[in-house]
Design a protein around this ligand. Structure first.
Ligand code: TXA
Ligand code: MG
Length: 328
């Protein structure tokens, strides 16, 4: 068991960078979710990430950089689509998949010939990666299949005893993981929707598809795993079905809770609920922390169906998975 410390400020960043250089793993904040980082050039260090998370070895990691020039070192070719994204959306909540350079180990990419690269915007993330002076391989800082953390407290509850240091960075502003866009094919394909939407990407790139369909091969190995699951039962319900689902759960002796946006919560009476706030950005920012909170105080989560426009689609991608596809 390690003694896990949450620290903030310049000292924490220096201490984190020293741990990284010594081959250890460190939790750091980004604008999407907290990440569990290691030196991307150190196979032994990267293996520790998989160990701490209990992550399947065939699920590749994203490499985080602080300067755009680093992308040219990691990728075999930086194509036109990549250049546009780097120009318009980086730093920010987006990950690009490019053909990899041999410098990136198969341990990081799970043997794929491509690598996911992201340049976070969060000031603490940027200072930390800069201080490390290395590319940082990092998945979300949660045990595999658990909900991604958007506060240091959420990280602590999941990884206490497993890491030395969590660098404090406040609540993550975007709140769900980055948009992943595969740029190795003829047309850019979104493998995981996020804060940068299909519409934004299509406008910038001229074209951009949303991946749909079964994942059987190593296209994006993460897509085939169960994800974001709370430790209690969860369903997604259309607005008009929320109350009946709540009452049914009560009748069955459950202790239900509703997660919904402002528009819906204003009409709720005599039920337990968590309000995510107003509009798509707040829904996205608060969804994971609401799930964290809900699983602590309830045994049955009823999450509102948020619709499929823009960032709402990205949130739905997470909650439908968390509910195991159970939508009313
Ligand atoms: O916002 C984020 O992306 C956060 C923060 C920490 O940066 N990171 C994150 O990492 O969400 P993780 O490991 O939880 O999710 C990364 C996803 C996985 O589903 C993985 O399969 C996919 O990215 N991925 C990584 N490299 C890939 C590649 N070369 N080709 C296809 N998918 C890849
Ligand atoms: Mg994850």
């Amino acid at each position: 068991m390690k003694k896990t410390m949450i620290k903030k400020g310049k000292k924490a960043i220096l201490e984190g960078a020293n741990l990284i250089k010594r081959g250890e793993v460190v939790v750091f904040p980004t604008e999407t979710v907290y990440g569990l980082g290691a030196n991307a050039f150190d196979e032994t260090a990267v293996k520790k990430i998989f160990l701490v998370k209990g992550r399947p070895q065939d699920n590749p990691l994203i490499v985080h950089v602080e300067r755009k020039e680093q992308i040219y070192d990691l990728a075999k070719e930086v194509n036109e689509y990549a250049k546009i994204i780097m120009d318009k959306f980086m730093p920010g909540p987006i990950t690009i998949i490019l053909k990899k350079n041999p410098i990136i180990s198969d341990v990081v990419t799970a043997g794929l010939d491509s690598v996911g690269i992201r340049m976070p915007k969060h000031t603490v993330a940027r200072k930390f990666i800069k201080e490390c002076a290395l590319p940082i391989a990092a998945p979300s800082a949660n045990i595999s299949t658990h909900i991604s953390p958007t506060t240091s407290k959420d990280v602590f509850e999941d990884l206490n005893g497993k890491v030395d240091l969590i660098i404090e960075g406040g609540r993550c502003n975007v709140g769900i993981e980055s948009t992943i866009v595969d740029l190795t094919k003829e047309i850019p394909v979104i493998l995981r929707p996020g804060g940068i939407t299909q519409r934004m990407l299509t406008k910038a790139l001229g074209c951009c598809q949303l991946f749909s369909g079964e994942v059987k091969v190593a296209l994006a190995p993460g897509m085939k795993y169960k994800h974001y699951a709370p430790n209690c039962e969860m369903i997604v319900a259309h607005k008009e079905k929320i109350i009946s689902a709540y009452n049914d759960a009560l009748k069955e002796g459950k202790n239900p809770i509703i997660i919904c946006e402002d528009n819906v919560s204003k009409d709720l009476q005599k039920v337990k609920f968590i309000n995510l706030g107003k509009g798509a950005n707040n829904i996205m920012k608060n969804i994971f922390s609401a799930m964290h909170e809900a699983q602590k105080i309830s045994d049955y989560i009823i999450c509102q169906h948020f619709g499929t426009r823009g960032a709402r689609l990205s949130v739905m991608n997470r909650v439908v998975k968390a509910a195991g596809g159970n939508v009313l």
